[in-house]
Design a protein around this ligand. Structure first.
Ligand SMILES: [Zn+2]
Length: 255
């Protein structure tokens, strides 16, 4: 029998971890950190309901921290199976996990030096060493290539249109097909491919973060242009993150 248990990412947005079990086979789809307020972050310190040594493999839909950030802890606690993801997700996860480990080490160090931690000494959830071990456990899977994973299962990844490398994960196991959407992007995005359709599935586990909202039909480029124009006219300042500067410059050019 196939069972699905959400260990995170259900009832709250972060900490995505979905355990798909069939007989003795346990596959974990995504392995995210809980983020946000302290009561959510504290969930990262709770023991999982499954021993990481009993997880045969992890399938990672994309590298965002709320989907990947618990991997170093899982590896430290005994995961010996592989982490399947697209090559681009592996590369982005390498940056994100190293950064996450580095920040946690610095935070713990800062708390210890200033003595404001309830724990003595304060320690990080994981450090750079654990992040390196998690990175070494990745097994890159190309999009549209069906691969065998533990438990006689097969995995097929398709574009999810979310961030670089993001994929939907189609898993065939025990005669059933179950698809995990991960986070999905929009159609007609300026820099991302459209999410690819999934022709058939017995079950679909789908992201629903914005499921109760409709996207504005206005062109976001024009809407942003109006904001910039209006702000410039009244002598205001527009703060643009570094990654969006190119886009904004071409916009201003058109004004
Ligand atoms: Zn995401």
């Amino acid at each position: 029998m196939l069972t699905l248990t959400s260990l995170g990412g259900a009832g709250t947005v972060t900490g995505s971890k979905h355990l798909l079990s069939h007989g003795d086979t346990h596959l974990l789809i995504d392995c995210g950190l809980f983020q946000g307020l302290k009561n959510l972050r504290e969930l990262n310190w709770e023991r999982l309901t499954i021993d990481p040594r009993d997880i045969d493999a992890v399938v990672l839909t994309h590298a965002h921290l709320d989907h990947s950030g618990y991997l170093p802890k899982l590896v430290h606690d005994g995961l010996s199976g592989k982490i399947y993801a697209t090559p681009a997700t592996r590369d982005v996860a390498e940056l994100i996990l190293r950064d996450s480990a580095h920040l946690q080490e610095k935070d713990a160090d800062f708390a210890n030096r200033h003595g404001f931690s309830r724990h003595a000494p304060a320690r990080p959830l994981y450090g750079v060493r654990e992040a390196e071990r998690a990175i070494a456990a990745f097994a890159p899977v190309r999009l549209h290539h069906s691969v065998a994973i533990p438990g006689g299962a097969t995995l097929l990844l398709r574009r999810a249109g979310h961030i670089l490398g993001a994929a939907t994960a189609q898993i065939d196991i025990g005669g059933q097909r179950i698809v995990f959407s991960g986070d999905l992007g929009r159609y007609n995005d300026a820099v991302m491919h459209d999410p690819e359709p999934v022709p058939q599935a017995d079950y679909v586990v789908i992201e629903s973060t914005y499921g109760n909202r409709s996207h504005d039909v206005a062109d976001p480029v024009e809407a942003l242009g109006r904001v910039i124009e209006c702000t410039v006219q009244r002598g205001g300042t527009v703060v643009i993150p570094a990654f969006a500067v190119g886009r904004a410059q071409s916009l201003i050019h058109h004004l």
